[in-house]
Design a binder for this molecule. Structure first.
Ligand code: ADP
Ligand code: MG
Length: 450
């Protein structure tokens, strides 16, 4: 409980700035404390600025002197508008001026992950634009690209980039209220707040953010109540020029189950995607992580890995962790053979695939989508059959070495351009559809099972 500490700080401030008492200092109120530090409220933005310009450094000096440590201070603006909200919601606790202290972990989010900073982020052609925009936003929050909407597949660095923006802003101005939250947490906190009659606290927390980072927005699909809440939060923050960043596994256009008015807001700033990394970027990421983990590895092994771990950055990281454990625990030198055998489950290694027949792929896919094997070769073109067929084509092209003409023959005598078209169509769709990626991952792992 840090209230006593705050009381001491307050007394020291009064001593230091006696003339400021009535006009300024008396309006700074203790709100609560948690693992995140001390939360205080002020009546408006001007107070907040004054706190940052005039009192903050003194507060730090006081903390150094009296406690030998600095607690993070969070200054929340407690505007009248919120009082109205609070009457609407009949939030008695706050009306009685007894704001319940939000000490629960559930309400106060964990900080940003320390490793998700810009200097750990490897830039490649796949993420160049998103990265550049992120840096610009970190430098001038709320100015050029607001909101910033980043989308892309699993494990491609969306959360990393988003948190890097938060870190950067916080390090240039520690009093900036950077709120990072996954949309799942946002939902849970909201529901919790309603149950506990603490909606005012909830709103104070998000509508007071200087920077709001909401991760994995696709989770809000179909949840209209919480979409509504986010919509109002959005408007409030945009009105006051506060930066917002959202991520999603799909582009705003693909988020079919989010209301149009919220979607149009998401898309009203800059929308950028992150694609899977190409070979050069995968190699750079591996190199970077090997160095950090103190692993020495020959270039041919590095290239072997970059060639055969192609799905996402998370898999590249998993490989590095595995290699690190081999070096540390087994004390063994990393030969290509060793690497190959230890990383079997991560590698999309072509040699594993040489025993797979087209027929096996067709049967597996047909079975998975509940269509008949003969449909794979049929002329039927309705989506329920054409789609699995295209997926089977995609997998056959990836997992076997047959030419597109040969594949055409195996898929009911189609010509090679139809095969290429099907392959490209699925490849494109995978970039935006997580469920398709999951399906394909699932099918692949079944097919590659030895
Ligand atoms: P997403 O949120 O898109 O699913 P994450 O941001 O969680 O992906 O990234 C997965 C892992 O890969 C994290 O550990 C992250 O640090 C790492 N990572 C992703 N992109 C990069 C990159 N460009 N450079 C370095 N590490 C990255
Ligand atoms: Mg993420």
């Amino acid at each position: 409980m840090l209230q006593e500490q705050w009381n001491l700080i307050e007394q020291a401030l009064l001593k230091e700035f006696p003339d400021d008492q009535e006009l300024w200092l008396d309006h700074i109120q203790f709100l609560s404390s948690s693992d995140e530090g001390i939360f205080i409220t002020v009546p408006d933005q001007i107070y907040k600025e004054r706190f940052s310009d005039k009192y903050y450094s003194t507060v730090n000096t006081i903390m150094d002197r009296q406690f030998n440590q600095r607690y993070p201070i969070h200054v929340m603006v407690n505007e009248e508008e919120d009082e109205e909200l609070l009457i609407l919601n009949d939030d008695k606790t706050v009306l009685d001026n007894k704001v319940e202290k939000p000490t629960e972990k559930k309400i106060f989010i964990p900080d940003l992950d320390n490793k998700n900073t810009f200097d750990q982020f490897v830039v490649g052609t796949n993420n160049q634009l998103a990265h550049a925009a992120g840096q610009r936003i970190a430098e001038f929050p709320g100015r050029d690209y607001n909101p910033f909407f980043v989308y892309g597949g699993v494990g491609l660095g969306k959360t990393h980039l988003m948190q890097a923006i938060g870190h950067q802003i916080k390090s240039s101005d520690p009093l900036m209220e950077v709120r990072y939250v996954t949309s799942e947490q946002f939902t849970n906190e909201y529901i919790n707040a309603i149950h506990k009659n603490q909606i005012h606290n909830f709103r104070l927390r998000y509508r007071n953010a200087d920077i709001l980072l909401v991760d994995d927005i696709q989770f809000l699909e179909k949840k209209e109540g919480i979409q509504e809440e986010l919509f109002h939060t959005f408007n409030k923050l945009q009105e006051s020029g506060k930066q917002m960043v959202f991520t999603s596994d799909r582009s705003p256009r693909e988020l079919k189950l989010i209301t149009d008015r919220l979607l149009s807001r998401f898309a009203s700033g800059l929308v950028a995607d992150i694609k899977p990394p190409d070979f050069e970027t995968r190699k750079a990421i591996l190199q970077n992580k090997m160095i950090k983990n103190n692993i020495n590895i020959e270039n041919n092994i590095l290239e072997f890995l970059a060639n055969n771990i192609t799905n996402n950055v998370r898999d590249l990281e998993a490989a590095v962790i595995k290699l690190k454990s081999i070096v540390d625990l087994l004390n063994e030198k990393l030969t290509l053979e060793k690497v190959e055998s230890e990383l079997k489950d991560i590698l999309n290694y072509h040699d594993y695939t040489k025993n797979i027949s087209i027929e096996k792929i067709q049967k597996e896919v047909a079975n998975y989508y509940n269509i008949s094997y003969s449909d794979m070769k049929s002329k039927k073109r309705n989506d329920a059959i054409a789609k699995p067929r295209q997926i089977a084509v995609y997998l056959s092209k990836q997992l076997t070495r047959f030419s597109t003409t040969e594949l055409g023959n195996e898929f009911g005598g189609r010509n090679h351009s139809t095969i290429i078209f099907a392959y490209q169509k699925i490849e494109k769709e995978m970039q935006i559809s997580e469920s398709l990626r999951n399906d394909i991952d699932h099918l692949k792992s079944r097919l590659l099972r030895v």
